[in-house]
Design a protein around this ligand. Sequence first.
Ligand code: B12
Ligand code: SF4
Ligand code: SF4
Length: 394
Amino acid sequence: MTGRLSLGSIEYTRATVTNSEQTIDPFADNVFANDSDSPTGWDAHEVKRRILAQGAALGFDKLAVTDTDLSRAAPDVLSWLKEGFAGEMGYLERHVDKRLQPSLLEPSTCRIVTARMQYLPADTQPIEVLENSDKAYISRYALGRDYHKVLRRRLARLAEQINLTLADTEPRFAFRAFTDSAPVLEKALGEKSGLGWIGKHTLLLDKDAGSWFFLGEIFTNAPLPIDEVEVEDACGKCSACMTVCPTDAIISPHRLDARRCISYLTIEHKSAIPEEFRKPMGNRIYGCDDCQLFCPWNREAPTTTEPDFAVRNGLDSPRLVDLFALSEDAFLALTEGSAMRRIGYAQWQRNIAIALGNSAGGAEVERVLQAGLGRVNAMVDEHIRWALDQLASS
Ligand code: B12
Ligand code: SF4
Ligand code: SF4
């Protein structure tokens, strides 16, 4: 099947797709066995089987293969950007051509291996923490080691293993790993390859795995067999994520105004947080999970067994006053190896000041807030004063 769609300067070509099966035999040594089927001397099905098996051995919960045709997602992505929903995340627009056409990011790419890894640590009590205004709520994805590092390293190792296996093929095939920070449209690729469907909250979701998983990809010029799977959208009439969102950021099914999202406000937004969002933020000081916490498909979702994602330094249930009182050096020590370090000390103090303003207050809270005045910058001071005003008027 061949079709073409032009959007501005970007042209999409719909590639021919094929079916494939998957079985796990990571140590089979017959990659080049099926010469008669393959003029280049490699067996595409066997290579794919190895990738899936080696990926599983490296801790990925599911892997799949797709082509690079993102023409179905493109109109929604472009209109989303045009509406300004990306806020200060200028990088999303700057590299939109690469997001929509993966071969611009890595030349000659014709296949993408998609991978997902569960991250929810067992035995954290998210709802209890959210309901305790003296505690700090940190997104469950950030409680352990920085996932960028974990996934990038694992995917790079997988790519390296496959590159070694195929070192002698002609033409030369190459595999290259990407995750998150690269301009890759991860959820759309995940959906295309059958890792799940994009829920109304805009995250990739699976009936068995829920949505508590990260995504990563390997780009390749090797024409591997594609997983042609249409995953059923099982949101149905549910709209729990939209109802519970504290800031009404999911403005319609599958459409998120990032500028309203607490995850964006606490992590991506560098300057003052608009006042209308400060109360709804509650005690969420880094990211937000509400749209996932109340999703019915997450009720039975598996927790992670990955040691890298185990809770570090008691971050699943810390006291706000203890976090706010930390010096910059102590903040850096606490968040070493964590994704949270990226927001820097000023944003950290800003976010916690808001949460303290939403807390039950008391002498200790007021004391740490007063002590914070003049410590970082005028922006943080303004949030501290807002917090003190809230406590005085409550
Ligand atoms: C920018 C970004 C954000 C932004 C914007 C989020 C967003 N929904 O776009 C902010 C900072 C808000 C954010 C928050 C979070 N993020 Co984030 N984020 C990204 C990043 C870097 C890019 C996403 C992107 O391109 N967005 C731009 C829009 C245009 O694209 P889109 O989301 O794919 O949405 C389009 C499609 O869904 C399409 N669409 C598909 N079907 C349909 C159907 C209809 C009818 C319509 C209209 C549209 C439509 O239209 C949308 C445009 O409207 C990705 C990593 C990556 N490189 O992909 C991680 C990523 C999406 N984030 C992730 C996570 C974990 C989170 C948080 C849960 C973290 C947290 N706990 O705080 C929250 C969740 C908030 C939420 N409800 O989405 C994971 C998601 C894993 C998963 N299971 O899906 C990713 C994939 C990172 C990773 N490598 O694992 N994130
Ligand atoms: S992460 Fe929080 S603020 Fe963002 S859409 Fe989900 S519930 Fe709303
Ligand atoms: S809460 Fe309901 S509507 Fe939202 S993603 Fe989950 S199933 Fe879909």
